[in-house]
Write a protein that binds this ligand. Structure first.
Ligand code: PMT
Length: 319
């Protein structure tokens, strides 16, 4: 849709269907591309930014807006991309994708795990599941039979993907080992520790301090990579706050993986990593590396899955 006004984006985000265009969008399962066009203050307004983020979370792709002079005389972001730029985006987006993973079983973990302290409290982390859900959608686009083992997240299931919802690391492990697939991609931020004891009743406030004893959770990825029979091609993620290359390489070797996709988290993520729409990845395998530059997680996942498919077939050939 070009131009996509602030008003249209708000109505699509709200799921309205009170005219032909919004009705078509709501009733169609086709991919949706928007070219925002509006005044710079309207684009910067938190309401429009929220609507843009909501639409992107649902898989809508935004092309632009560009910055520059506006019809009203203002300067700033909100200009629609030039028609030639939109055409080239469209050609790229609609080019038939090779169904590189046709029929292959791909298992993907996504999101955080929750480790219960009592019936109302848990230990967890900031993973939103977006990176893993984007990988599931990208693998399905390539023709794979995707099984997505998801921790507690509030994201819609990508179309054509089988979803298994779990809470804790132990439940995630069980669901993964039931069918680890031909390719296993571990994007989940699995809690490394869980409370030794989880109280049956709510823990009451009492003394000034409280000790919590934690025990190690199973390392799902390491366990899958060590399978004697039916070991899949294993791709791990590495979330790092320092020494990214050294830590990623240590995970590749230590867990016996075929590939690691490392990303910064925390301050060095610069808006990527946990709970964001965008990310950047450094890929490592036994005899190579590649940088996938910052992009929306949906696009990044497509690039990652193309690299995984390439490495998977190369390893198969060598076996
Ligand atoms: O979900 P988002 O908000 O989109 O954020 C994406 C992300 C930052 C969570 C993702 O890109 C990412 O980095 N995921 C891995 C997070 C992590 O736990 O990294 P790690 O370095 O601690 O673990 C290394 C690998 O072992 C990971 O593949 C992890 O899934 C796996 N692991 C870890 C511990 C464990 N007990 N079992 C595991 O399988």
């Amino acid at each position: 849709i070009a131009p996509a006004s602030a008003d249209l984006m708000a109505r699509l985000a709200a799921g309205m269907a009170d005219d032909l265009l919004s009705t078509l969008c709501l009733a169609s399962e086709a991919p949706l591309y928007l070219a925002p066009a509006m005044n710079q203050a309207m684009w910067r307004h938190p309401a429009t930014q929220d609507n843009a983020a909501r639409l992107q979370r649902r898989g809508v792709t935004l092309w632009g807006p560009a910055e520059g002079e506006q019809a009203c005389g203002d300067q700033g972001p909100g200009r629609m991309l030039e028609p030639e730029q939109l055409l080239s985006h469209l050609i790229k987006a609609l080019a038939p994708r090779e169904r590189l993973l046709e029929g292959l079983a791909v298992t993907i973990t996504a999101g955080p795990t929750r480790e219960g302290l009592d019936p109302v409290r848990f230990i967890s982390n900031h993973s939103s599941g977006r990176m893993g859900f984007a990988c599931a959608a990208a693998a399905a686009e390539l023709g794979a039979r995707v099984r997505l083992v998801a921790g507690p997240v509030s994201l819609p299931t990508p179309s054509g993907v089988e979803r298994v919802d779990v809470e804790s690391a132990e439940q995630m492990r069980e669901a993964v080992l039931a069918a680890p697939g031909a390719i296993f991609i571990a994007t989940a931020a699995v809690a490394d520790y869980r409370p030794r004891l989880s109280a049956d009743e709510k823990i009451k406030k009492g003394s000034e301090s409280m000790d919590l004893e934690l025990v190690r959770n199973p390392d799902i990825l390491a366990e899958v990579a060590a399978l004697q029979f039916g070991r899949p091609f294993c791709v791990g993620f590495a979330a790092e706050t320092d020494n990214l290359v050294a830590h990623a390489r240590a995970k590749l070797e230590g867990k016996g993986l075929d590939m690691v996709a490392a990303n910064w988290v925390g301050e060095r993520a610069e808006g990527g990593g946990f709970n964001s729409e965008e990310n950047a990845l450094e890929l490592f395998w036994a005899d190579g590396t590649e940088s996938l530059p910052r992009a929306p997680k949906t696009e990044l996942a497509r690039a990652l899955l193309a690299r995984i498919a390439e490495r998977y077939y190369r390893v198969k050939q060598e076996q």
